[in-house]
Design a protein around this ligand. Sequence first.
Ligand code: ADP
Ligand code: TZD
Ligand code: MG
Length: 573
Amino acid sequence: MTNDTQSPEMIDGFHLVIDALKLNGIDTIFGVPGIPITDLTRMAQAEGMRVISFRHEQHAGNAAAAAGFLTQKPGIALTVSAPGFLNGLTALTNATTNCFPMILISGSSEREIVDLQQGDYEEMDQLAIAKPLCKAAFRVLHAEDIGVGVARAIRAALSGRPGGVYLDLPAKLFAQTMEAGAGKASLIKVVDPAPRQIPAPDSVQRALDLLKGAKRPLILLGKGAAYAQADADIRALVETSGIPYLPMSMAKGLLPDTHGQSASAARSYVLAEADVVLLVGARLNWLLSHGKGKTWGGPNAATRQFIQIDIAPTEIDSNVAIAAPLIGDIGSCVSALVAGMGSNWAKPPADWTGAIYERRDKNLAKMAATLALSPSPMNFHSALNVIRNVVKARPDAIVVNEGANTLDFARSIVDMYEPRKRLDVGTWGIMGIGMGFSIAAAVVTGKPVIAIEGDSAFGFSGMEVETICRYNLPVCVIVFNNNGIYRGIDVNPTGGADVAPTVFVKNARYDKMMEAFGGVGAHATTPQELQSALDEAIRSEKPTLINAVIDETAGTESGRITSLNPTSAAKKK
Ligand code: ADP
Ligand code: TZD
Ligand code: MG
């Protein structure tokens, strides 16, 4: 700083944005550069932020969402105006659906021109479009408001039910300047953005009373429980209560899947038979058959009662009546329950737990026999058995998983041992999260990532293998190549030259895509080949893609959700 009072030190919008993020402990941006945010990416890098530049905004957005889930800090995605913004919007909305905190920052065109629809470069009223598709949306017009805008975005993303926030930064804002001291003073370091929310004592008592009377209690852990980072409290709840538990897919590993109280391998039995169900950060949406119907049948269907722990009060009664809502943050709610259980809480009746564990062990033995087979060609089971063993040896590795059969089989076959090590298609069952989630997981944790990808699923984000190579990330992508969506065997009923809509190029070599950018490609047709390629990838931590050739007849339509396909009652003559 000179002592020339004629020209005080100035700061511009670019640097105020960067400083506001850094002040709040945000050190990474996932994005795609271009007008008007190219210099923002350069300056952020110059200011010591990690700027991960993607090939498509959807994957940058997905990376931000995964970073948010893993760190409890909003992940930042940065895009250009209209098309870049729209490309990022799917990820923002998916993050909101999944309750992951992220902020999509998009540059935008000149307000005066946009609002008069005079045809600006990449013109679009982005704020209006984003608003219904995310948790909150803000626009900053003046440099002195950047601090407030960033603070509001962080608070909106993290507080209560986490979600996606849109922050609109028009091009003009970046070039605005203000006196540096006043600029710094305008920034806000957000205090306690996700305050603890202590449950009301009477709601804790109501839940305990219900649990105490249960003959066939069950605990369901969802990805909200994984996000909450209340791992020790959750373990204490399960072990103090002695109640069998089921993890939803992204709650796997909260307790090791090999835990004695896991009921995963007896899922259909426990859902049908339980009389009191404690939901911890899991919604009764389609993934849980809405808490009713055949899945929840059995003798207790009419009298079954639910206890639901959630931070969002309006989630309660969304599908069925909730007898004991417990509203608060999961850490506070779960520790209150554990405290209320005391030291001599009666374990659930042995006939209930015994029946569950007997079924489970029988199913696990059956599964072990299937996994031991080595058919040719390789199938989902024999390939996933290899990954199962590698994850057992490297429980700190992160598994990313998408596809249909590839998802469903991997979810049940690959045991997880540590919290927040499994990232997948989430609430929407969306394809395309694979490379974005993998990149974020590698960047924020530094741990090896194993992406288990259907060949269709991989295609949605496949170009990001270049990004993986560019940043030399320890990601091993395993493409389960069964020549198509669900299977590779559909035929065109007309006998015409076009292949069926679900079928891809036969015998494609996805491994060559990774080689094109300097990564390691491997082609595996047997479990042994898959094993040695995966071992080497984990050892070397080099970007790797293994093309795992899977029996093209092995899958089923839509994996385990075949029944969600509409079937027409009309018959063609
Ligand atoms: P799953 O798909 O694994 O069943 P869902 O995404 O349906 O899980 O449910 C997650 C739930 O967790 C959401 O209803 C969300 O409001 C809730 N949640 C997220 N974070 C917290 C938290 N820290 N405390 C309490 N509830 C939370
Ligand atoms: N588009 C998006 C964004 N999400 C989707 N879920 C789909 C399309 C529909 N879809 C699924 O639900 S699974 C899937 C699609 C296209 C791909 C399944 O094929 P795969 O897996 O190769 O990834 P399997 O192992 O062959 O079943
Ligand atoms: Mg496939």
